[in-house]
Design a protein around this ligand. Structure first.
Ligand code: SF4
Ligand code: SF4
Length: 62
């Protein structure tokens, strides 16, 4: 299983909820936006996607 975390920065409002909701340390805050700091740690739990009200996060599992 390969997981890709995609962040649409045009939609992101900078609420930080994705970073707070990730228990696996995948997402980190850098300056004024979330980044996918540790993509290989992603467990595809979808919490970040569910908590992003802006619809800026997409988890793709292939
Ligand atoms: S939850 Fe969504 S809108 Fe909020 S910082 Fe993360 S990507 Fe941006
Ligand atoms: S799907 Fe889960 S493990 Fe992966 S980045 Fe989002 S919250 Fe973290």
């Amino acid at each position: 299983m390969t997981v890709r975390v995609e962040i649409d920065y045009d939609r992101c409002t900078g609420c930080k909820r994705c970073v707070r909701s990730c228990s696996y340390g995948v997402l980190e805050w850098l300056d004024d936006a979330p980044i996918v700091a540790n993509p290989h740690s992603c467990a595809a739990c979808l919490e970040c996607q569910k908590n992003c009200e802006a619809g800026a996060i997409t988890i793709k599992v292939t």
